[in-house]
Design a protein around this ligand. Structure first.
Ligand SMILES: Cc1cc2nc3c(=O)[nH]c(=O)nc-3n(C[C@H](O)[C@H](O)[C@H](O)COP(=O)(O)O)c2cc1C
Ligand code: SF4
Length: 447
């Protein structure tokens, strides 16, 4: 399978997954290396390393490629994958930018610390035009919840109930207005570091709830030429691609959404248009995900931040058997349509399908029908990192199937080290005391 300047031995793919194993300042740890080394032993065609930050700012245990000091750790990871797969598996890394999201504050501290009461003052009667801000806050805190809600605008209500979240349309914030100026350079610098660390290429994260997905979304109404019409919404992602291309010689691809699954999201025509424009810009692969947005996220508990995989769009992103219909190959129809649009425009760019793929018949059927060029498995590859290899060797009955009930996703949501429930419930296999474990006793790598 040709992917721009390189070729992958098989059309199998482990997509990006954050296992929360980096240090608090984003450095590769032994546990990060062990996670990827274990996937590499199953010899998938490609592994994409988890979402990795491009900004040199504290972002918790998320990997970073935001400074040259990260190159050494990343190259350790590359070496481990190359060694474990006998050089067979190609290795990309997903580069991400995201905007600020705050934890949901208790109502009293929201009113005391975060609410701009001067914006609310004119919405109250004349009696409240002169009292001090402190008195105004005390008054608002004393109101019934529904009364308070009626005095807040939609954004303030969202901040109260979900926690404050920046948007790409917040042009009154200088750093948001400046995104088109700064992001291409940040992505290009990070990509160059990853190439220096030995990665075969980079995957630009244009999917889910993050900055560039928000630029692509039909909800992006920026009036500065980077929002509104689809031609404007795709502009910054294309500028990022051009900047990265100009800096690195390896594989450059992108992950974006085949369907946002939110009200007012991009139409199928918009998405086909983006795919064709990305192919025209020379991307070496198009990887399609689905949903995973903040717009429909469940209300977080106070003290917690909203998590974009809790609403309908989130359930479509990491499908479970609880979904109406089937969780299997959930993204197939949309991806097949996108691939047809790309081919009709004259481009041969490989298209990667992901979402609920966990059996040979399923994967083979997708490829044989020409609905995608590559099949990606995230959770099935966690449950059994050897599954692609077992399929290839005709040992299907030995595959440890994923339950698709999202124990791993719950750990991701809590930003805890991601492991799999199937690694810890081994029937008939001896427990191995020498296996590295998390402090609460979970196996760190698949048996
Ligand atoms: C623990 C976990 C972490 C994930 N982290 C990322 C990520 O960093 N970037 C990304 O694009 N998708 C991420 N995903 C989504 C997966 O790549 C994939 O799209 C999703 O799980 C659906 O595929 P599946 O049905 O094969 O699991 C993550 C999924 C899981 C379970
Ligand atoms: S924890 Fe559950 S959903 Fe996640 S990989 Fe393991 S079996 Fe699959």
């Amino acid at each position: 399978m040709t992917l721009g300047p390189i070729s992958a031995a098989t059309r199998t793919w482990v997509p990006a997954m954050v296992p929360w194993r980096a240090t608090a300042d984003g450095q590769v740890t032994d546990a990060v290396v062990a996670w990827y080394e274990r996937f590499a032993r199953g010899r998938p065609g490609v592994i994409v390393v988890e979402a990795t930050g491009i900004r040199d700012v504290p972002s918790g245990p998320l990997l970073r490629a935001s400074h040259d000091r990260y190159v050494e750790g990343l190259s350790r990871l590359v070496d481990a994958v190359k060694r474990a797969s006998g050089g067979e598996t190609k290795l990309f890394i997903q580069l991400i930018d995201f905007l600020a999201i705050k934890r949901r504050a208790p109502r009293e501290s929201f009113i005391a610390r975060f609410l701009d009461v001067e914006a609310v003052r004119p919405r109250l009667g004349p009696a409240w035009h002169h009292p001090s801000a402190e008195a105004l806050r005390a008054h608002l805190a004393s109101l019934e919840p529904a009364h308070l809600d009626s005095l807040l605008d939609a954004r303030e209500r969202e901040s109260l109930h979900q926690g404050f979240r920046e948007r790409v349309t917040d042009l009154d914030a200088p750093h948001i207005a400046a995104l088109p100026r700064v992001l291409p350079g940040l992505f290009a610098d990070a990509a160059a570091r990853c190439r220096a660390a030995g990665f075969d290429g980079v995957e630009l994260h244009f999917a889910h709830a993050y900055t560039l997905a928000s630029f692509l979304s039909a909800l992006n109404t920026r009036p500065d030429g980077y929002g509104g019409a689809k031609e404007h919404r795709v502009r910054l992602p294309l500028e990022v691609i051009a900047a990265v291309r100009a800096r690195v010689d390896g594989v450059v691809g992108a992950r974006f959404l085949a369907d946002e699954i939110i009200d007012g999201g991009s139409s199928p025509d918009d998405i086909d248009f983006f795919a064709v424009e990305f192919a025209r810009a020379g991307l070496d692969f198009l990887s399609l995900s689905r949903g995973g947005k903040f717009e429909d996220a469940k209300q977080p508990k106070t003290g917690h931040a909203a998590y974009p995989y809790t609403g309908r769009s989130g359930h479509e992103c990491m499908p479970t058997p609880k979904l109406e219909g089937s969780p299997w190959s959930r993204n197939r129809g949309a991806v097949a349509r996108i691939r047809r649009a790309v081919r009709a425009a004259g481009f041969e760019t490989p298209v990667v399908l992901c979402g609920g793929i966990s059996s040979f018949e399923q994967a083979e059927d997708v490829l044989a029908a020409g609905d995608a060029d590559v099949v990606a498995s995230a959770r099935q590859a966690i449950a059994d990192p050897d599954w692609f290899l077992k399929v290839r060797e005709g040992r299907g009955e030995d595959i440890r199937r994923c339950f698709f009930t999202n124990y791993c996703e719950g750990l991701d949501q809590a930003h805890e080290v991601v492991t799999c429930q199937r690694w810890d419930r081994l029937r008939g296999l001896p427990d191995d005391d020498t296996t590295p474990r998390t402090p609460d006793g979970r196996r760190l790598t698949a048996p």
